[in-house]
Ligand binder design. Structure first.
Ligand SMILES: *Cc1c(COP(=O)(O)O)cnc(C)c1O
Length: 537
């Protein structure tokens, strides 16, 4: 690829996961964005990221004495933010809201610009209070700050931009601002839309319907999110109710899903939408220096003892678990890690489906498990899932651990120190999943359904394991039954025997896991693909 004269890309994302201390992320979407802008720095790609400075970030999870999760919030202050001196105004609920623009580049990332409404002159200081917090109206206000405020910030900063990339539909109000700018210059709505389409690209994420936000037109008009457009024009873009993903598909020139299987799923899911951009597939990737132990990569290349390096990471995890939970795990026992957002399709407690299979393994010291994960503050089903895992950990206190408040530190410890990384979503609901990539490159073997990124990487029995053959069913009971049989079969007949009886093969698999994933699932390949397929027109 020709690296000179690449188009300059403004990248919009609600969240960025750059470091544990900077609470501007909730989960995978933010981690992807954070890794993306670190990769842009490493490889010199012209990306200008725009986001929000969240005062309280996402919820901090705590577990009460009854084993129930609850949400706590803290105000976070950062002394490393640089004041750009720029302020922009967004009219929200008929009130001018001033957004201050901060800059941060201290995490090995290209400079990230963050909008903040928490300043004395605002009545609406709390718009940028909680990431994914509160209710619908606040979410719209937040998305107006990101989209409309983001475009205004780019103008005020004097940034030269060729392409606007919406990472998820949250940012789609930016398209309304791009349209407004053009209509102000005298273009008709249709012409302004066509011109805007030439500038915008869009990444769609979750295939879960509810994860694709929509808002009533009444609420959007009331908030002023229509940004001067008529009700009919809004319907033309996002439908009624106004769906943020649909509007993004209609205001972009090209879109992408985040893995090859997800490309198929997303195309099925949105096939009834007219006037949408093409959805291609660009598989997610990770920023290796953030997540992967160099020593593991060196050892896989033949410069070091892979097992020894892994045991060092495993012992660090064991110490970390001891410090946090007071449980001393045994380094000689197979350790399975699982950390995920608590969503039903991810089936967190799946491996416990049949106690008669799992209990003997836990009691006979053949298996230990470490869990972590948060539920969204308003998601009672998700909280039940956490409660259930915590109750399992109380039933098997020496063998099953739940680490509260899943964050980047826990993610890093678990994807380095576990022996096996378990992933059991109901196919095809997992768009990509990047924690498995972190694990794979650390020599932590993936044991996963063929969902998300895994069909692209899995070589069964060589660099990890699949269970099930990619079976899909609308009938969840049937699907679960199929998958649990497959999981137990692979766990009992392949994973456990290999771990305890064939260490040489296990280490060989670790090596294959690292070497087969470290190029393709690196952020460098992903950035190149975005430039080649999305940004360069
Ligand atoms: C890597 C990571 C994620 C994303 O991983 P998934 O496989 O999509 O669950 C989410 N949260 C944290 C803290 C991570 O480190």
């Amino acid at each position: 690829m020709e690296y000179n004269n690449l188009p300059k890309v403004a990248y919009f994302s609600m969240e960025y996961g750059l470091d544990t201390c900077m609470r501007t992320y909730a989960g995978g979407l933010g981690i992807l964005a954070g890794d993306y802008i670190k990769g842009a720095k490493d490889y010199n790609f012209p990306i200008i990221p725009i986001g929000i400075k969240w005062k309280q970030g996402y919820t901090d999870q705590m577990i009460d004495e009854n084993g129930k999760p609850y949400d706590t919030y803290h105000n976070y202050e950062y002394d490393f933010l640089e004041d750009t001196g720029v302020k922009v105004t967004v009219n929200i609920r008929k009130r001018d809201v001033v957004c201050k623009v901060w800059k941060v580049d201290k995490f090995g990332n290209v400079p990230l610009y963050l909008l903040d409404t928490d300043i004395p002159e605002n009545e609406d200081k709390w718009i940028t209070g909680q990431l994914y917090g509160w209710f619908k109206e606040e979410r719209i206000a937040q998305e107006m700050v990101l989209g409309i405020g983001g475009i205004k910030a780019l103008r005020a900063l004097g940034m030269d931009v060729d392409v606007y990339h919406f990472n998820e539909g949250h940012a789609v109000f930016a398209a309304l601002e791009l349209i407004r700018e053009k209509m102000e210059r005298g273009l008709s709505f249709e012409d302004a839309l066509n011109e805007t389409r030439k500038q915008v690209v869009f990444t769609t994420h979750t295939p879960i319907i509810e994860g694709n936000e929509s808002h009533t037109l009444d609420s959007l008009m009331y908030m002023g999110a229509n940004n001067g457009l008529s009700l009919e024009q809004m319907v033309k873009l996002g439908g009624d109710p106004f769906n943020m993903t649909v509007a993004s598909l209609r205001t972009s020139r090209i879109s992408n899903a985040v893995a090859k299987l997800h490309e198929v799923t997303a195309n099925k899911m949105w096939k009834h939408i007219e006037d949408k951009s093409n959805i291609i597939g660009i598989t997610n990737a990770i920023h290796i220096p953030t997540w992967v132990d160099d020593n593991m990569i060196d050892a896989a290349k033949g410069n070091g003892d892979l097992w020894e390096c892994h045991m060092k990471n495993k012992k660090e995890l064991i110490d970390f678990v001891y410090e946090r939970n007071g449980v001393k795990l045994d380094a000689d026992v197979l350790l399975i890690g699982f950390s995920r957002r608590a969503a039903p399709y991810k089936r967190s407690n799946f491996i416990f489906s049949d106690v008669n299979v799992i209990e003997p393994l836990l009691k006979n010291k053949k298996l230990k498990m470490v869990y972590s994960g948060k539920a969204h503050p308003l998601d009672d089903t998700g909280k039940k899932i956490i409660e259930n895992i915590v109750s399992i950990s109380k039933k098997y206190p020496d063998s099953v651990v739940f680490l509260e408040n899943y964050d980047m530190t826990i993610g890093k410890m678990l994807t380095r120190g576990s022996d096996v990384w378990l992933n059991n979503p109901r196919r095809p609901k997992e768009a990509s999943g990047t924690s498995g990539m972190k694990a794979a490159m650390n020599g932590v073997l993936n044991l996963s359904t063929l969902d998300g990124w895994w069909p692209e990487a899995c070589n069964h029995g060589v660099n990890g394991w699949q269970f099930g053959n990619g079976f899909e069913s609308e009938n969840e009971q049937e699907l679960d039954k199929n998958d649990i049989t497959a999981l137990y079969e692979v766990l009992l007949n392949e994973v456990i025997p290999t771990y305890y009886n064939n260490r040489a093969k296990w280490v060989d698999m670790m090596k294959n896991s690292i070497l087969s994933t470290m190029e393709y699932f690196s952020v460098k390949r992903m950035l190149q693909e975005y430039f080649e397929k999305m940004y360069i027109s």
